[in-house]
Design a protein around this ligand. Structure first.
Ligand code: ARG
Length: 272
C-alpha cells in the first residue's frame, strides 16, 4: 500500500470512528445497559433493564399507595412514561423523604428520585436535577374558619412540617417565633393538626388541596404561599448519562402530548 493510500484509509477510519462517536452521543461506557435507537449503550442503571425510583409515597396526588398497595400518582405515571421511552421497567421504592438525597448519593439502592422534590440550589450541590416537570407553591393549613392575617400570627404557635422539606424551610424563615414540629410525612403532619397537636401545617399547595379534598377534616387552606417552586427528578452526580437520558425522555413526552394527558388526568386541567 502506497503512502497516500494508507493515509486515505486512515482518514476514513478516523471519520467513521468520529461519526459513530457522535451517534452514541459522545458517550462510551463499559458497563451499560441502556441502549438508544442505534443500539449503542448510553447509560447505566443499578439493575439492567430496570429504573428503580426512590420516593416518599405519602404525597398525593404525586405519589400514594392505594387500597391494594399499589403506588400511584402523577410522578408515577410520568416516570412510567419516561421508562417506556428508555425501555426500562419502573419500580417505585418507598423511602422517608429526608433520607432520599443521602441514599441516592450513597448509591446502590435506587437510580432516581421522583418525590415531588423541589429543585433547590443547596440540593443541586449534592445531586443532579432534571429539567422542571411541575410548578408548585406552599400552603398554610389551619382549623376551618381561622382568620389568618399573616406569619406574625404564628408566633408561639406549633407548626407541623415534613422534615427536610421546603415547607419546613419556609416556616423556619417566615415564622421564626413559632415552634416547628417535624413529621416523617405530610399525612402525619395533617393527622397531628386534625388531632389538635399542632396549630398549623405548612405543606406543598397541590398536596394540601388533595388531602383536604375528600373528607371533611375540619381543616382548610387559610393561605396560599407563592414560593414559585419547581419539581425535578434527581439522579446521582456519578450518572450524568442517565440524567441526560431522563431529560431527553421528559422532553419527548412533553412534545408528544403524553405529559399533558397525564397532567390532565391528575389535575383536571392542562399545565399553563
Ligand atoms: N416539594 C417539597 C420539597 O421538595 C416537599 C416534597 C415532599 N415530597 C414527598 N413525596 N413527601 O421539599
Amino acid at each position: 500500500m502506497g503512502k497516500t493510500r494508507k493515509f486515505v484509509v486512515l482518514l476514513t477510519v478516523a471519520a467513521l470512528a468520529l461519526s459513530m462517536f457522535a451517534v452514541a452521543g459522545c458517550e462510551k461506557k463499559e458497563d451499560t445497559d441502556g441502549t438508544d435507537t442505534n443500539g449503542e449503550a448510553t447509560f447505566t442503571t443499578i439493575e439492567a433493564g430496570k429504573l428503580l425510583v426512590g420516593s416518599d409515597t405519602e404525597f398525593p396526588p404525586f405519589e400514594f399507595v392505594d387500597a391494594d398497595g399499589v403506588v400511584k400518582g402523577f410522578d408515577v405515571d410520568i416516570m412510567n412514561a419516561i421508562g417506556e421511552k428508555l425501555g426500562l421497567e419502573v419500580t417505585f421504592m418507598t423511602e422517608i423523604f429526608d433520607t432520599l438525597i443521602p441514599t441516592l448519593k450513597a448509591g446502590g439502592k435506587f437510580d432516581v428520585i421522583a418525590s415531588g422534590m423541589t429543585i433547590k440550589p443547596e440540593r443541586a450541590l449534592e445531586i443532579d436535577f432534571t429539567a422542571p416537570y411541575y410548578d408548585s407553591n406552599q400552603s398554610l393549613v389551619m382549623a376551618k374558619g381561622t382568620a389568618y392575617t399573616g406569619p406574625e400570627q404564628l408566633a408561639g404557635k406549633k407548626i407541623g412540617v415534613q422534615s427536610g422539606t421546603t415547607g419546613e424551610a419556609w416556616a423556619k424563615e417566615n415564622a421564626p417565633d413559632a415552634e416547628l414540629v417535624p413529621f416523617g410525612s405530610a399525612t402525619d403532619a395533617f393527622a397531628a393538626l386534625q388531632a389538635g397537636n399542632v396549630d398549623a401545617v405548612v405543606n406543598d399547595l397541590p398536596v394540601s388541596a388533595e388531602l383536604l379534598k375528600e373528607d371533611d377534616r375540619g381543616l382548610e387552606i387559610v393561605a396560599q404561599i407563592p414560593t414559585g417552586e419547581q419539581y425535578g427528578f434527581a439522579v446521582s452526580k456519578d450518572n450524568p448519562e442517565l440524567l441526560a437520558a431522563i431529560d431527553e425522555a421528559l422532553a419527548d413526552i412533553k412534545a408528544d402530548g403524553t405529559y399533558n394527558d397525564i397532567y390532565q388526568k391528575w389535575f383536571g386541567i392542562l399545565p399553563e
